[in-house]
Design a binder for this molecule. Sequence first.
Ligand SMILES: [Zn+2]
Length: 326
Amino acid sequence: MTEHQAKDTTLNLVFAADLGGTNLRAAMIDDNGKIVSRFKNPTPRSANAAQIVRAIVTAANECEEASRQIGARIRAASVVVPGTVDISGKVVVQAPNVPCLDGFGLAKALNDELGWQVLLENDANAASMGEMWRGAARNCRTIICVTLGTGVGGGIILDGQLWRGPDGSAGEIGHTSVDPFSGLKCKCGNIGCLELFASATAIVRMTREALPNYPNTILDTAQLNSQRIYEAGLQGDELALAVLKKMGNYLGIGLANLVNLLNPEMIVIGGGVANGWQLFEQYMHQQVKDRAFPLPVRRVKIVPAECGDDAGLLGAAYLAFRNANC
Ligand SMILES: [Zn+2]
C-alpha cells in the first residue's frame, strides 16, 4: 500500500453547541458519537446577539484546545437553538427564550469567527436525531420524539429524514389540541394544547389546582416541582398519582393521534417529566391502544429516551457530519 492509499486515521470531530435558555453546553464529538471534550457555562443574561456569538466562540476555543492535543481534525460545527430555524439551517427565525437571536444569521456570524461550516438546528429536532443515532431509536428510521420539559417539544423523523416543513416549524406536538373545550389557554394562543397537560409546568399547575381536594397529601404549594410530585407518587401519595394519571391520559391522546397519522416505528419520550415514567406509562399506553388503529399500535414502541441532556448535542453532531459529508 502506498502512502497515498493509506487510510486516513486522523480522528474526525465536529463541534456541537446546545444553546439553552439557562445553559450553553458544548462538546467535541467524534463520528461514532463519542464525546471527546465538554464545556458548560450559563447562557449570557440580557444578551445581544454579539454576546451569544462570543459565548459560543469561547466554548469552541476551549473544546478545540482539547481536541488539538489529541491531533484531531474539526470538520464542522452545529448549534442547537431553542426555537425555529429557517430551512437553510443558517438563520434563527424565532427563539422565545433568547429573543435577541430572532432573525439573526447565527451560522454566518460563527463561520466568520471560527472558519468552520456551521449548521443550526431546533432543539427538539436535534434531540430526535440524537436518539436515533445513539439512543433509544437506534436501528429505526421513522420515529417521533416528544420532550416533556418546561414545555412540550417534538421532532419527527420520516424514513431517516427530519421533517421540518417548508417553514421549519413542523413537529410542534406540544401545541396540538387534546382538550379544546377545557377553557385552558396556552401561551401560543390556542386552547387545550397537549403542553397544558403533559409539561412540567402543567404537572405543577394541576397539582396546585387539585390540592384542596386531597387533605392527606404530603405535597404543599411551597417549592412544588415535577420531580417532587413524582417522588410523592412513588410513596403512594394520592394527589401525585392522580395528577400523573391525568398527565398520562392526555399524553396518550396526543400520541394516539400521532400513531394514526404517521405510523411510526417508535415514539421516544424525553425531558425531565419522563422521570415519572413508571407512574404514567400505563395510562399513556391504554389511551394509545383505545384510540389508534390496531395495526400501527402493534408496530409502535413507546419508550423513554436514553441520551438524557446529551441528545441535542449528539443529534447536532450527526447532522453536522452528514452536512459536511464525512
Ligand atoms: Zn399551545
